[in-house]
Design a protein around this ligand. Sequence first.
Ligand code: GDP
Length: 197
Amino acid sequence: MIIKDAQFICSNTQVDKCPQTNLPEYAFIGRSNVGKSSLINMLTNRNKLAKTSSFPGKTQLINHFLINESWYLVDLPGYGWAKVSKDSREKWGKMIRAYMRLRTNLICVFVLIDSRHEPQASDLEFIELLGALEVPFVLVFTKTDKQSAVKTDQNIAAFSRKMRETWEELPQIFKTSSAEKAGRDEILDFIDATNKQ
Ligand code: GDP
């Protein structure tokens, strides 16, 4: 897919204020600092379309971007902030559940996972939530340039082993590096293919 056009449309705290549309939607989410903004900017070939994480005290927003006037890319507020209050955590949970439940045009959630780390409880918990809500998702292992390919594959294998404890089938997996522009075509091809089904 060639990205001809990428426009910021709106930021919302409430799901029912998000664009009313039949266009397909793909959402991106992950732990804070996972490289979500960098990935969105890499995918859309824009330097500053998605802004780097704002601190958890700030309002958590659902950001809609319209791509090629044919699908929405959605930047969802992340999880796993160390110092976030219980109140913010609950607000986030409520917002994310509502988003997953109400966006009937949502095709797939891209769950970003930092490829440098061993399986993290917050990622596994979030994936369990998606499973409970029956939302289709894929995994994106980010920042692969930060270590050897062998180490990346070991961490992915460890994550897959953890998932097999509760999942019969594993989701599709992508490996990306925004620094090296790796994994871009694979993700855009996936969006292209699932868009047309
Ligand atoms: P976000 O909080 O998930 O939106 O993460 P950001 O995109 O702001 O990235 C967090 C930090 O990781 C920044 O310092 C980025 O420059 C860095 N980063 C993000 N992606 C990559 C990557 O693929 N490779 C490397 N080496 N650094 C990255």
